[in-house]
Design a protein around this ligand. Structure first.
Ligand code: ZN
Length: 494
């Protein structure tokens, strides 16, 4: 870890609001937990930015030589409409609207989420656990919280006792919200009369008649509160205290604040050493929101099929565009900025192509490649400062073009070092792909899959089930699952 000695990795810890030297609990192992999507609708562009931020963190830590266990969950139950403890489950509501079983909704939007992650070359996590896959652990954690006196049972529901917890702990330390302000800001108590305090939040909710998703528990049929799953799954896979917890800024309160309280109440220890939060998106200076009519989807951004978009932008242009902004700053979308990013990416990729064929030159001004490598590493170690790292790469681009024109002197060793730097930063660290690579990979696989699925359908029609099963099983070995739906077969890469 040579980079580590010169410029130790610093991350902004949103709990202390300070940039801190990153020291893992058990090096070289690093545990990261990131709140994944609630799979009840198509992924928002804001989600893509958030998952891209933690993709860069994952890639950079791995690049530094750490062994990273990256857990990103799927919320498939318990996230109620309006994020409060009343109302319908988001997934159940969608299931009713689309006339599907809730788990069909979960599968459909999980598949869609994975497609979008692949489109933007966001790496899959090491573990992708689901809330419904961890109900027993959630019930056991609630029992610990009750036993420690921080939760109470009412009519088959269990609530976390915030005032009791706040007597001895700093509830609100992450979001910076004071208890008095939280009380002043609570909405009407309608439907919340079971709670002793409006600040309390549900750990387990009794399933009312007609509620679609419910499981047996010591308190009767019901379902877990939304905040609980992340406390359970993060500590199950990463330990009671782990290194990094990430998510979008909108999750700081109440979701992450509640996670801290649950862990401390159940196990007596703070779960997370470094909290990291990504910032939001704006469009031409206004907050991106469906209600504003400016919330285009990832697909619309790529196809250009939205009234605010002059045309479509390739996934790698979007990725590069997002990385030209620091994760902790708001990112503003405009056609002009996207087009500038597209040009910038083309310039970098053109220089990378020149670099492959560049011959050493002794004419012209000198260029310090060591300093450039150091500057790029230092920028990444400075709280993942991708915009500054990219600005340094453009110094490299100018040197490469200069050498190509005979104005900059680069030795063979310089050129080799530049090749390694560009390979590392563009592809390994930033996760960019050349457009040709992105396209050919995708087109070829979907073309091949169509051929295979047609062969399988033919075999089935002939009642040659041995052949159709063989195709399915061989694909499964490659991590491709095929499901038959009423609209025909669909496939997904694991
Ligand atoms: Zn979460």
């Amino acid at each position: 870890m040579a980079n580590q000695q010169d410029h130790p990795l610093q991350l902004t810890n949103t709990l202390t609001r300070k940039k801190e030297k990153f020291i893992p609990l058990d090096p070289p192992h690093v545990g990261i937990y990131v709140c994944g999507p609630t799979v009840y609708s198509d992924v928002h562009l804001g989600n893509v930015r958030s998952f891209l931020t933690f993709d860069i963190l994952f890639r950079w830590l791995t690049f530094l030589g750490y062994k990273v266990r990256y857990v990103r969950n799927i919320t498939d139950v318990g996230h109620l409409v309006d994020d409060i403890d009343e109302g319908e489950d988001k997934i159940a509501k969608r299931a009713r609207m689309e006339r599907l079983e809730p788990m069909e909704i979960v599968q459909k939007y999980t598949n869609g989420f994975h497609d979008v992650m692949r489109l933007f070359n966001i790496l899959p996590p090491s573990i992708e656990p689901t809330a419904t896959g961890h109900l027993i652990e959630q019930i056991v954690m609630i029992e610990r919280i009750i036993a420690n006196g921080y939760a109470y049972v009412v009519n088959g529901s269990v609530y976390f006792d915030v005032p009791k917890y706040a007597e001895t702990h700093a509830y609100g330390e992450l979001s910076g919200r004071k208890i008095e302000d939280q009380l002043a800001n609570t909405r009407g108590t309608e439907g919340q009369e079971e709670k002793r305090s409006p600040l309390d939040f549900a750990l387990w909710k009794k399933a009312e008649k007609g509620h679609l998703m419910h499981w047996p528990s010591p308190w009767g049929e019901g379902f877990p509160g939304w905040h609980l799953e992340c406390s359970v799954m993060s500590t199950k896979y990463l330990g009671l205290t782990f290194d990094i917890h990430g998510g979008g800024m909108d999750l700081k309160f109440p979701h992450h604040e509640c996670e801290i309280a649950q862990s401390v109440a159940a196990d007596g220890v703070a779960p997370v050493r470094y909290w990291m939060h990504g910032n939001m998106l704006t469009v031409e200076g206004r907050k991106m929101a469906k209600s504003e009519g400016n919330g285009f989807t990832p697909e619309e951004l790529v196809t250009g099929n939205h009234k605010l978009l002059e045309r479509g932008y390739s996934p790698m242009t979007v990725r590069f565009f997002m990385l030209q902004c620091h994760y902790a700053s708001t990112l503003d979308f405009s056609n002009a900025a996207l087009q500038a990013a597209e040009k910038g990416l083309q310039r970098i990729m053109a220089a990378y192509d020149i670099l492959a064929k560049l011959k050493p030159t002794t004419e012209g001004t000198a260029f310090d490649v060591d300093a450039l490598v150091n500057a790029c590493n230092a920028a990444m170690n400075d709280d993942l400062n991708t915009p500054v790292m990219i600005a340094h790469l453009f110094d490299g681009v100018r040197a490469i073009n200069g050498a190509n024109d005979g104005n900059v002197a680069l030795s063979e060793a310089d050129i080799d070092q530049l090749r390694i730097l560009f390979d590392d930063m563009l592809f390994t660290v930033m996760g960019l792909m050349s457009e040709a690579e992105a396209k050919s990979g995708d087109e070829l696989s979907s073309g091949l899959m169509n051929v295979l699925l047609t062969l399988r359908a033919d075999a089935k029609n002939r009642k040659d089930f041995a052949a159709s099963d063989l195709i399915r099983d061989k694909l499964a070995e490659l991590g491709v699952t095929v499901k038959d739906t009423k609209d025909g077969p669909v496939w997904e890469r694991a």
